[in-house]
Design a protein around this ligand. Structure first.
Ligand code: KG4
Ligand code: ZN
Length: 352
């Protein structure tokens, strides 16, 4: 089955063409990062307006790169939540219009199911059950993935997502947006043990929490007199490099510590690390070591599939299209959308 997939939930306009689960014919992503950088975060109205301008050319470009026309498409998958409502609506209405004009089946895909599925894009034979650590700007959670459409959330963040913590700390330090890639780039120049970030306690459960680290950075800056940078071309001083190295080290340590604890309870066969923060160099190294230690198959998508993209949405939507589903009549955008709806259970794992 050849499908067209569309993603527009946040600040990336993306389209992809897949030929079954094993072949991505094209994946095109137009990032708005530069538009939002002056504001230090995504501005929903600007994002929605840009999606509106970009969506048609991006879909056309994906078809062109795949070497097909709409005549060769058998179905459409589109992200319908969670995300920024004005942004989601652009993707959903474009996809619906195409589906209606072409009499094609269309399915709505949960953005998180997309990030999870990205683990299977380049390694389609990755075994189930897998444990997926989804770490992005909006979400940080551990999911048990028992099959292509079977998800159970085992742990989540109580406050900030890991990517959000990177972005907020970078903002405190006057470092360019988005903070995750900036901190990741600067961290090797600092001492990861220079500033102590304690282990996070989340009252018995194996959940994550990152807002305390943001406060710790603020307190450290006040105590040491470290000032945020005021110009983009300014070189960070050594104490700032030490602070970002220590912060990155602590965030990755927490992600790995919780993942190791959940592996011990769930005994999965594979580990997936996905979402924008999966681009982090230290997290990628540590996940490799963890999978090795636990004897698990590992999939960390290549960088182009870590951040938001439509190939992952296509792969996540494929089983529903192959099963003959068509959501045209009730497909709508939803800013908050629990993964799997009622069928996805949340199990809170306790410390052993
Ligand atoms: O998955 P994504 O593109 O969008 C969401 O669904 O949120 O993730 C974006 C997040 C941002 O917070 C960004 O700072 C973070 O991923 N990020 C990183 C790195 N690259 C992107 N965080 C840490 N290290 C990186 N190398
Ligand atoms: Zn995302």
């Amino acid at each position: 089955m050849r499908i067209l997939a569309i993603e527009s939930s946040c600040d990336e306009t993306a389209a992809a063409v897949l030929d079954g689960p094993r072949r991505v014919l094209a994946s095109v992503v137009s990032s708005q990062v530069r538009l939002h950088a002056p504001y230090g975060g995504v501005v929903p109205e600007i994002a929605a307006r840009h999606h509106l301008e970009a969506i048609e050319p991006i879909v056309e470009e994906a078809l062109r790169r795949a070497g097909v026309t709409l005549d060769a498409i058998d179905g459409i998958a589109v992200t319908h939540g969670p995300g920024l409502i004005g942004c989601l609506l652009v993707g959903v209405s474009t996809a619906r219009a195409l589906a209606m004009a072409r009499h094609l089946p269309i399915v709505g895909v949960n953005h998180l199911a997309g990030h999870i599925a990205s683990g299977w894009l380049e390694t389609p034979d990755l075994p189930y059950p897998a444990l997926a650590l989804v770490v992005s700007g909006g979400h940080t959670a551990l999911w048990k993935v028992s099959g292509p459409r079977e998800y159970t959330q085992l742990a989540k963040t109580r406050d900030d997502a890991a990517g959000e913590a990177f972005d907020k700390v970078a903002k405190l330090l006057g470092l360019p947006y988005p903070g995750g890639p900036t901190i990741d780039r600067l961290a090797p120049q600092g001492d990861p043990h220079a500033v102590a970030f304690g282990e996070v306690k989340t009252k018995g459960a194996l959940d994550f929490s990152f807002s305390g680290y943001k406060t710790a950075v603020r307190v450290h800056m006040a105590e040491t007199g470290l000032q945020p940078l005021t110009r983009e071309d300014e070189d960070p001083p050594q104490p700032m490099l030490d602070l970002v190295a220590s912060f990155r080290h602590a965030v990755v340590r927490e992600l790995i510590r919780r993942t190791r604890q959940v592996i011990a309870v769930e005994r999965p066969r594979a580990l997936v690390v996905a979402g924008g923060v999966a681009a982090n160099a230290l997290l990628r190294r540590e996940a490799l070591a963890l999978a090795d230690e636990c004897g698990l198959a590992l999939s960390i998508p290549p960088l182009r599939y870590c951040g938001d993209n439509a190939a992952m949405i296509g792969l996540a939507g494929l089983p529903a299209l192959e099963a003959g589903e068509n959501h045209l009549d009730d497909l709508d955008a939803a800013a908050s959308l629990p993964l799997g709806g009622a069928e996805a259970q949340r199990t809170t794992l306790r410390h052993l």
